[in-house]
Design a protein around this ligand. Structure first.
Ligand code: F6P
Length: 536
């Protein structure tokens, strides 16, 4: 019998057990883990799940058997663990800038340090008004990028709003002209800096928006290219676009797009918060790396978070996972994690090309609390499907004069995980209805609508405050969680072939829409939709 079989058998045996009953023994300390660092203490509480000591022992042997530690060490050492693209996976080097990491017999760190120093210098020049646009100091930065060249920087810029003392930063990602139109509409081209952020510098959305931005700037600025910077692995293409090498910040193909915000792709964030705060963000990521590399699996936060994920998605079969930050500034964390987790672990074959015999990663979704409470929590509490919830919560906010609001936020977050755990029985609901004067069948009918099954699992990641350092810890925690889940599933978390087919078909459809090609070979539905679009 495999460990998967044992896990499934165990889950079958305990699936009707009330999680609340597990608290008859004090389990909070056992089923939680902490890491202490310069940023204070971070606490991962996974005690409100149905994982017991037996399940945890099995999950840990799953991780051990999958070779998580060896694979982790290989990743940090620069081995080519992205086997389908023949690449190393070294985003961790972007935040651990000292030391030496060899790829193809060459130490890659001097080049990383040099680029980091150039980014810092450029950011300082822009922020101090030494680098100017035609109309003077830069007031606005527009980052044009999509996917990994957008979601991380957008998420971090919002998260670090209290530290934002540089120019206003705007993001354009969608090829929908509405996006760039609405962003550029309020800006002065003479004091705007445009960053084209694209690992490949071929992504159709980004290159189309870049051309639009250049035309917009050329209407008022004599030398528009002088107000463009580029972030890419493709120096030849940035040069062809006309951007001077001094404003091109390169990186290597061993940094995956969705893992790239630690390096040049984070330039817009560095411009917003300054090099020092950006370095604090890197230090937080490096701190989580050090923990991930050294803590025993049973106390290792990324490993534990991954094992909880595996338990819920692959063992219990819950198809989705909700990420619920009770931290308004983590508004875009769920969207960021959607790419990180679903592009990394949404695969159907194992590393060797064989079909997966277990489910791949779950659907990840979410919204900040308390907003979500007034929208979709109804389903989470009373729907027929179980949605494991992952709460994130800071002990303190950045607004001391609004501390009472922060306490209310905390109370709501803790109340939700408690409500999910406890639920409300039919007996209690009947008593509530009786207190309202209802009797007989009506009392029963009304009571049934007010029953909460409870027994719904959640985890809570608690941290002192959302500082740059803590944000770095959180993002690195999730990156390593994805890595561990990927190793356990036996997949390659670092390619994304699943995004290619749609891109190819879109390219082929463009001439059809423009009437330069017919829709021969297209299905009837696509032909009908093309006809509809062309007729208007
Ligand atoms: O289409 C998916 C993807 O390749 C992502 O993996 C990537 O983050 C995004 O497109 C953008 O790619 P690029 O940075 O090369 O423009």
């Amino acid at each position: 019998m495999t460990i998967w079989d044992e896990l499934k058998r165990h889950q079958e045996a305990v699936k009707d057990r009330a999680i609340l009953s597990l608290f008859a023994q004090d389990r909070a300390a056992e089923f939680s883990a902490r890491i202490a660092s310069d940023g204070g203490e971070m606490l991962l509480d996974f005690s409100k799940t149905n994982i017991d000591a037996d399940a945890m022992a099995l999950l840990l042997s799953l991780a051990g058997g999958a070779g998580v530690e060896a694979r982790r060490d290989a990743m940090f050492a620069g081995a080519k663990i992205n086997e389908t693209e023949g690449r190393a996976v070294l985003h961790t080097a972007l935040r651990n800038l000292s030391g030496c990491v060899m790829v193809d017999g060459q130490d890659v760190m001097p080049a990383l340090r040099a680029t980091h120093a150039r980014m810092q210098e450029f950011a300082r020049d822009v922020r101090a008004g030494r680098f100017t646009g035609q109309g003077g100091a830069i007031t606005d930065v527009v980052n044009i990028g999509i996917g990994g060249s957008d979601l991380g920087p957008v998420m971090a810029t919002l998260a670090l709003a209290p530290y934002h003392d540089g120019p206003a930063v705007h993001y354009v990602s969608n090829v929908d002209g509405a996006h760039i139109h609405d962003v550029l509409k309020g800006l002065d081209p003479e004091t705007t800096l445009v960053i084209i952020a694209s690992k490949t510098f071929t992504t159709i959305e980004t290159m189309t928006n870049a051309e639009t931005a250049r035309r917009w700037m050329a209407e008022k600025v004599t030398d528009p290219a002088a107000q463009f910077a580029a972030v890419s692995t493709a120096a030849d293409k940035t040069a062809a676009f006309g951007i001077a090498p001094s404003r091109v910040f390169g990186f290597e193909d061993w940094v995956g797009g969705r893992y790239s915000m630690w390096g040049p792709i984070g330039l817009a964030v560095m411009l917003a918060v300054g090099p020092e705060e950006f370095d604090a963000f890197l230090a937080g990521g490096a701190d989580m790396d050090a923990h991930f590399r050294s803590a025993p699996l049973a106390q290792n936060l990324p490993v534990l978070l991954a094992l909880v994920g595996i338990w819920h998605a692959q063992v219990c079969g819950y198809a989705t996972r909700a990420v619920l930050p009770y931290d308004q500034r983590l508004l875009r964390l769920p969207a960021y994690l959607q790419q990180l987790e679903m592009e990394s672990n949404g695969k159907r074959v194992a590393m060797d090309g064989s079909d997966l015999t277990i489910d791949s990663g779950p659907v990840v979704w979410g919204e900040p609390g308390t907003n979500g409470q007034h929208a979709f929590y109804q389903l989470i509490h009373q729907g027929t499907r179980v949605v494991p919830c992952e709460f994130l919560l800071a002990a303190t906010g950045h607004e001391p004069d609004l501390a009472h609001q922060h306490r209310l936020l905390i109370a709501n977050c803790l109340a939700q995980s408690e409500a999910l755990l406890r639920g409300r029985s039919l007996d209690t609901a009947l008593q509530m209805m009786a207190a309202k004067g209802l009797t007989g069948p009506e009392q029963d009918r009304q009571a049934r609508h007010r029953v909460f099954p409870g027994n719904r699992p959640s985890t809570t990641l608690a941290y002192p405050r959302l500082t740059p350092f803590v944000l770095g810890q959180i993002i690195a925690l999730y990156e390593h969680r994805v890595f561990v889940e990927g190793v356990i599933l036996g997949i390659n978390s670092y390619d994304q072939w699943g995004v290619e087919l749609g891109k190819e078909l879109a390219l082929a459809l463009q001439p059809v829409l423009e009437g330069q090609a017919d829709g021969a070979g297209k299905d009837g539905s696509t032909r009908m939709l093309v006809e509809y679009m062309r007729g208007r």
